[in-house]
Design a protein around this ligand. Structure first.
Ligand SMILES: Nc1ncnc2c1ncn2[C@@H]1O[C@H](COP(=O)(O)OP(=O)(O)OP(=O)(O)O)[C@@H](O)[C@H]1O
Ligand SMILES: [Mg+2]
Length: 232
């Protein structure tokens, strides 16, 4: 099959609230997607470049991460698609309407991480107003919840009033999520049998169910990396 004719799925992680878990979610899901055999890339649209710096600390080659400005997004997406990427994650900046809007326009799925805290809950309305009119499927992902789950339960009830889907998988506040990032890894890599790894695996499966076989193995695994990095 001509790679240019292949269909690349795009998952944007968007939240206007700083620190809600956008980068954590994008990196963990991208690693899970690459481990499942898909040619995976991340475009880091955040000037803070957290995902890009994570990639610099990372020993493993996959997933490939490039940093880009939102104004270059259509060109970069075409280039990455031509290189044979199958699943692309967009990590976006907080407080950035234009970049979030560009990402939402282009995405097939938008994930909105949200902590079960009052400031996150207040900010989510702004995020949804910004992205709601686009074609992407939108899921709020409760992040950094307590293991007991009471506050997340109340938050989910409040979010349900906003007429948006809440992902049935939550990420609990776990040290593995934050500690793994320091060494350019993810929770499932430092603690493969841990609870954080299970949550990411469940979230990945949920995402695949909504994106038509994103966990089937690619025949040309990894060929995209060199081509994407050449001009990054
Ligand atoms: N489920 C979790 N458990 C533990 N720590 C978490 C979890 N999710 C995120 N964190 C930590 O919270 C902090 C903020 O997370 P992250 O950088 O992913 O948020 P962000 O939305 O990308 O932030 P920004 O808006 O600044 O880009 C980081 O230190 C991260 O390690
Ligand atoms: Mg971030």
């Amino acid at each position: 099959m001509n790679k240019k004719d292949s269909y690349m799925k795009i998952i944007a992680v968007i939240s206007q609230k700083g620190g809600s878990g956008k980068t954590t979610l994008a990196l963990h899901l991208a690693v899970a997607t690459a481990a499942a055999g898909k040619n995976t890339a991340i475009i880091d649209l955040d000037p803070q470049a957290s995902a890009t710096k994570w990639s610099d600390r990372r020993e493993a080659e996959l997933p490939v991460v490039i940093s880009a400005h939102a104004s270059r997004l259509p060109n970069e997406i075409q280039r990455i698609k031509d290189a044979g990427c199958e699943i692309l994650f967009l990590d976006t900046a907080p407080h950035s309407d234009s970049a979030a809007l560009e990402a939402a326009k282009i995405a097939d799925v938008v994930l909105v991480p949200c902590r079960p805290a009052i400031m996150d809950m207040e900010a989510i309305t702004n995020t949804l107003d910004l992205i709601r009119t686009k074609n992407a499927a939108i899921y709020v992902v409760m992040n950094a919840t307590s293991a007991q789950g009471q506050e997340a339960k109340e938050a989910i009830e409040a979010i349900a009033q906003l007429e948006v889907s809440v992902c049935p998988i939550q990420l609990v506040n776990r040290v593995a999520f934050s500690r793994s990032i320091i060494t350019g890894q993810t929770a499932q890599e430092i603690e493969p049998s841990g609870k954080a790894a299970k949550e990411i695996s469940d979230l990945h499966l949920f995402m695949c169910a909504h994106m038509n076989k994103c966990n089937t193995k690619s025949e040309e695994k990894g060929n995209h990396v060199k081509q994407i990095r050449q001009r990054a």
